[in-house]
Write a protein that binds this ligand. Sequence first.
Ligand code: PNW
Length: 482
Amino acid sequence: MKEFENCLDKDFHFGYATAAVQIEGAWNVDDKGLSIWDKFSHLPNKIKDNTNVDETAEAYKFYKEDVQLLKSYGANAYRFSIAWSRIIPLGGRNDPVNAKGIEFYSNLIDELLANGITPFVTLFHWDTPQALEDRYNSFLNKEEFVADFCNYAKVCYEAFGDRVKHWITFNEPEVYSACAYLAGIFAPGRCSDRSKSSEGNSSTEPLIVSHNMLIAHANAVKIYRTEFQPTQNGTIGITLSGNWAEPWNPNDPRDVSAAERMLVFDIARYADPVFKSGDYPPEVRHQMGDRLPTFTPEESALVLGSSDFYGMNTYTAFYIKHKDTPADDTDTKGNVVFEETNWEGKPRGPKSATDWLCTTPWAFRKLLNWIYARYKYPIYLTEQGTTAPGETAPTEDVLNDTFRIHYYTTYVESLARAVKEDGVVVKSYLAWSLLDNWEWANGFTDRFGVTFVDFSSPEKTRYPKKSAYVLKELFQNLIKNE
Ligand code: PNW
């Protein structure tokens, strides 16, 4: 990638991302409270390989080893999430704060800083305290939830804000609300399908949850900006998911508008309120009608501009075809058909070990441009990565992960092109993930790490994969030295 040498500024952040539930283990250590995943992952038939989150990679125990891995991989940034139920075991604003939970993250932050690694901290990566689920259905109760989340956020700013300068409030409201409240496959597992859940409504709850999440986000940002930012000087924002939509047949205007509509439903439904208009896009309101909650004028003003940057997670792309039948009342993607191949039979890209994920570097550049053109905010890439077919044991072949190396090399080239040739402003590249981890409903079957983890060994032995060193070299060349 000679032609792109030094195309990224000296202050560019390169590193890795993780989430508490997926790597920490230690579910009941040091007075941690239960999260919804501690309960959900133990229910029958919810997790593909019948595993749970009791141990995972035990990063709670081995965090110092992980910081050394990060260092050896040339990372200058690390995004991790805080488990709310470690900080406030019962979650609520009148519940006690757990000093041992604070101590753990404080130690992790110090360890990172001592090794020259900048912490990026996510406050919520899908692990609501179970007590709040039991008390008032968490996200479904706006007043209670917003007040409790703000209290938790404030405790974190107070405890860590002297050292943490990059905050992310919520991770991927769309993936979370769709999986947890529409499909019912993530905790708390609510949906309309009574064979899966005795409670829930797939046509309304996902929209309410997303809405309340945006409002909780905006309130927590307001607290940071008024009470902490003036002295702590950090940045704060939200991370959104989004995959590219390519028209199934680019010569059919109906497919072209279907693809654009999918991006509006999947991305702009969250991003327009925050970065553009303070409200949902009109075409989303048109299709969803009264099922979609409304912002009061005060909420709208609070949400608009409530992120200092655009936090972007993206993995892949889909071919999108128009649909002739009316949208059903659980549709959140703009009433379109997702296709694996386009009209000429061309596949999306090489297939990973995860059904929705193919290698589509061509689409990454397009999506960066689409987002930057619409919002004009600096982009922090906070997740990107892949699984690879056949990764089951740390053999020489598996550790020489050519599939993942191809993914990262081609995506990073697309990033460099978007920055250098298209003028898109990107400030970080945080790959998903540092470690093989517990991939939610897929359990340990999907390995996203640049480090292989032997989950059967008591030490949860870590084996670096070659992609970690390839990424290190790529970014050494791309980031300016001075
Ligand atoms: C993200 N999709 O979830 C999450 O932030 C991570 O916790 C997770 O491990 C990672 O991506 C890999 O799945 C996503 O279907 C889940 O497009 C699904 C999709 C995207 C992101």
